[in-house]
Design a protein around this ligand. Sequence first.
Ligand code: ATP
Length: 230
Amino acid sequence: MLEVRGLKAWYGEAQALDDVDIDVGQGQVVTLVGRNGAGKTTLLRSLIGLHRQVQGSVRLDGTELLGTPAHRRARLGLGWVQDDRGVYASLNVEENLLLPPIVSDRAWPLEKVYEAFPVLAERRKAAGTTLSGGEQQMLAIARVLRTGSRLLLLDEPTEGLAPVIVQRIGDIIREVKAHGVTVLLIEQNVKFAATVADSHYLLAQGRVVTHLGNDEFTERQDELLEHLGV
Ligand code: ATP
């Protein structure tokens, strides 16, 4: 579904990505793992069209995305869940869900959101401020699904969350996958990554070091933790 080939990115003269190749199949969950500064965020921002100093090729079901404006990439099905979660605290859950523009006919109606995430249905009138970290993350993901995204890009969804909530994020990602939505996520928590993903790309200094299926990744967890220092 997503085919990244020879992707390079720069900040001015400084190169942040070098010859990155990545494949994400339809319906898969894939993680990007690596130390701070490895280039993970730059990669996601390049895919979504927020970072423009790039070269190479990024195809979504065969359509070239590089050079395409970010709003058109969204219409093609790319959805970005921001790391600050972007939930409007002054609005209630349902108002937050009604906010995003519907950009395609794949957009999830409210009923589908509530069926997939019953907690949001229960809390539909609750203010954004009263949601737990896990509920906020759920709402942020649901809002992007409302727009009709079929490839979700998540930047460290578990960052700063308590272990019990991290487990909930796992449930949310598995639920998203069960609905046929593809997920590419940055994840520093190696143990968590092993519970949600089909495969993993390890990045270091702007390059893909290796690509591991989840079985091998799980077996080599301790070694990877030490190697990556994550
Ligand atoms: P982190 O988890 O810390 O965000 P990361 O793996 O996402 O790390 P990036 O943020 O993509 O890494 O950074 C990749 C490289 O690009 C690093 O060397 C970083 O210093 C550099 N970089 C990132 N953002 C900028 C920027 N706005 N201006 C200049 N250089 C940047």
